[in-house]
Design a protein around this ligand. Structure first.
Ligand code: PEP
Ligand code: MN
Length: 361
């Protein structure tokens, strides 16, 4: 477990509670667009206002943000509705200008988190500055890189840190713009229990349809809040048009969410849950026992292959296993993808055992 003693969001001095929603446009475009959007979202359960000032775009010649002039629009809109404001910083110049512009919270974007040099420069620029910093996950699914960025800030005295989960860029993914890989933020919470984690359904989804289900999923996984992009006229937005929603729609999404409790004192619930968990514990042990047996047979096969000078990998057999097991599981409600992954891992372990047998003198 990492050793980070963080200041909870409630103690950031910004009037935040233990659940924090952030909204505002992907990019600040004009003073009117920022102000109207902010006034609209402030009618809903939103506690922090966002706007991108400098935009990290995949290709040049797309809209790269209005630059420093937007800081004033953002800050003034925040003042108008009495809420703290945040923007992305990607280099030292951004840090100094955002601080000068009175921005209350900074965030480090996904592309920057991938680069330890950039993060270190930002951390150095913030040495001794008491400002909260939110760190988006790196674009690639690397938890240590994400944690490393937080540690760089922490080492410079920043203890007001939150993580933003915005999904990961994975080749071939179609459903999401950035696939969520929920197990990564879950593992982050396990490694740094005090770390607030905000989910960013806008950049995970890349469209408006998935915003609600992704937001609900984050709430069900006990995330500490949401970052959702909003715009008075989303279809005309200069960046991320497809995923932005009007302030009204934002309100509908937030109101539709069910907030579930982490625990309860109800003794009946507790005892029934315990009973079911005991069953799961037993089943998991059975699974492991079966795996152990499977590996012992794999070793036996390994000896046999060695004696007959036959390769470990038998592609035909492997194909047969995959299609047979996936069909068998599918009929009983297991997902092809997950079952395929589990089988690959089991196969990998069998190969490891057989390789050991082959190499024994
Ligand atoms: C953004 O929040 O608008 C943004 C650029 O996000 P990310 O760094 O997650 O791509
Ligand atoms: Mn965006």
């Amino acid at each position: 477990m990492e050793n980070l003693t963080l200041t909870p969001m409630q103690e950031w001095g910004l009037g935040l509670g233990n659940r924090v929603n952030i909204s505002g446009p992907c990019s600040a475009e004009t003073p009117e667009q920022v102000l109207e959007t902010v006034k609209g979202v402030a009618k809903h359960d939103v506690h922090i206002i966002r706007a991108g000032i400098w935009k990290p775009r995949t290709r040049p010649n797309s809209f790269e943000g209005v630059g420093s002039v937007g800081l004033k629009w953002l800050k003034e809109a925040g003042k108008e509705v009495g809420k703290p404001v945040c923007c992305e910083v990607a280099n030292v110049k951004h840090v100094y200008e955002a601080l000068r512009g009175g921005i209350d919270i900074l965030w480090i974007g996904a592309r920057t988190t991938t680069n330890p040099f950039a993060v270190q420069e930002i951390a150095d620029a913030l040495d001794g500055v008491d400002i909260p910093v939110m760190v988006k996950n790196p674009v690639n699914p690397d938890l240590n890189l994400w944690i490393g960025a937080m540690e760089r800030l922490y080492k410079k005295g920043i203890s007001k840190i939150a993580a933003i989960h915005r999904g990961f860029s994975v080749h071939g993914e179609k459903k999401y713009r950035n696939t969520p890989m929920w197990q990564i933020p879950i593992e982050l919470k396990r490694r740094i229990p005090g770390m607030p984690i905000i989910c960013d359904p806008s950049h995970i989804s890349g469209n408006r349809v998935l915003l609600q289900p992704v937001s609900q999923k984050a709430m069900d996984l006990d995330f500490d809040g949401l970052m959702l992009e909003s715009h008075i006229t989303p279809d005309k937005a200069l960046s991320d048009a497809k995923q932005q929603v009007t302030p009204e729609r934002l309100g509908e999404i937030l109101e539709s969410l069910t907030y579930r409790n982490l625990t309860t004192d109800n003794p009946e619930f507790k005892s029934h849950l315990q009973h079911l968990r005991d069953e799961i514990d037993e089943l998991d042990h059975n699974l492991i026992d079966q795996l152990v047996k499977r590996m012992s047979i794999a070793r036996e096969i390994g000896v046999f292959k060695k004696e007959n000078n036959i390769t470990i990998l038998q592609p035909g057999r492997w194909e047969e296993i995959i299609s047979d097991r996936v069909n068998y599981g599918r009929d009983q409600g297991l997902s092809d993808d997950i079952l395929g992954e589990i089988l690959k891992l089991i196969h990998q372990e069998s190969i490891r055992h057989q390789t050991k047998v082959m190499n024994e003198q």
